[in-house]
Design a protein around this ligand. Structure first.
Ligand code: SF4
Length: 345
């Protein structure tokens, strides 16, 4: 009998790991797909900032643990429409989870058609997430993606209609699961049964769009540009640094630690950069348009974040990205009282 082939959506979390393992155990050949949208939590801030935990790409690590091949697919451009115009709207923040899931399953459906695979598996569990993983939304994802009954959710399959791989006897429905609800206990128990002890802890979601602070920064970006668009650099920079908008037409991106300062160094060609020349302090990028008065204000704010904050005057080097010219401004550091709360994005 031909060995049947499935592709698994691998996020790097426990659920997709368990779902894949359950299908591998039924003798199916499984390969993983991980979509890179630009909003993924993994691989960027985790790699940039200091952490006690090892820095790793959890999707790759999961695939390695499972012994399957992983395809990482860049969907940055196509994904923009999902974030900007979600047909089903947003969740609690700017997370278009239902459209996003439909999009990812659709991409997986196209992939199995091109690669001659038989079906798709995901780690979805009914009731696990308020927006995309509800009993009513499961058929929407299956239908809108065009996957229909080629989409199998092993962790909650017994609560859902029979799918093609079950009907055809490629997988045994009795050996699948009936998990539902927000509790993580069934997953923990299954992980134990599979002797999986190391896995990424479930966070609010798989990406930054579920993060309140990130969503506020993205909305600020759209509002100030008067346009709901973005480029990869924009959404990367929203993950890094402290963002302050003292004037509607410009904001400061202030590195919070060495890793972020080094990351921001990479953007010096695109943004005017400010840094104290004689005191330790962050690298700061200026995003937007600004005149000399704004530059004085920005330099005073930057001085506040340096070790010279209590001095009468601090020298701030301003490197203009357009012509590479460096000018030094000697400014009085702004007092903490003058840094207004509403500037913080
Ligand atoms: S949390 Fe992010 S990646 Fe996950 S389904 Fe929602 S929008 Fe998509």
């Amino acid at each position: 009998m031909t060995k049947r082939k499935a592709v698994a959506l691998i996020s790097g979390g426990l659920d997709s790991m368990l779902a894949t393992r359950a299908i591998l155990d039924q003798g199916i050949h499984v390969e993983g797909i991980n979509f890179f949208t630009g909003f993924c939590v993994e691989g960027h801030t985790h790699a940039i900032r200091k952490h006690d935990k090892p820095k790793r790409n959890n999707a790759l690590w999961t695939a390695e643990q499972l012994g399957i091949k992983l395809h990482i697919i860049d969907v940055i451009e196509e994904y923009k429409d999902i974030v900007i115009n979600p047909r089903h709207g947003y969740g609690a923040h700017i997370n278009p989870c239902l459209d996003c899931k439909g999009f990812m399953v659709k991409k997986a459906r196209e992939w199995i058609e091109e690669n001659d695979f038989d079906f798709i598996i995901t780690g979805e569990v009914i009731g696990q997430r308020p927006m995309s993983q509800r009993k009513q939304t499961m058929p929407i994802i299956a239908a809108e993606s065009g996957a229909h009954d080629r989409l199998l959710r092993p962790l909650c399959a017994q609560n859902l209609p029979v799918t093609l791989p079950e009907r055809e006897g490629w997988v045994d429905r009795e050996k699948l699961f009936d998990f539902s609800g927000r509790s993580r206990k069934p997953q923990m128990a299954l992980a134990k049964q599979y002797e999986i002890s190391d896995y990424a802890q479930p966070a609010g979601g798989c990406c930054f769009l579920t993060d309140a602070a990130y969503s506020t920064k993205l909305q600020d970006l759209w509002r100030q540009r008067g346009d709901k668009t973005y480029e990869l650099d924009d959404i990367m920079l929203l993950k890094v640094g402290r963002h302050l908008r003292p004037q509607p037409h410009y904001k400061l991106i202030i590195g919070r630690e060495d890793g972020e300062n080094r990351f921001l160094e990479g953007y010096r060609r695109q943004f005017t950069a400010l840094r104290a020349s004689k005191h330790n302090g962050p690298l700061v990028l200026l995003d937007g348009s600004f005149n000399n008065e704004d530059l004085q204000q920005a330099a005073r704010i930057v001085a506040r974040y340096t070790q010279g904050r209590d001095e009468e005057s601090v020298d701030i080097d301003v490197t203009h990205h357009i012509n590479g010219v460096v000018e030094t401004l000697s400014v009085k550091p702004m007092s903490s009282d003058d840094i207004q709360q509403q500037w913080h994005i």
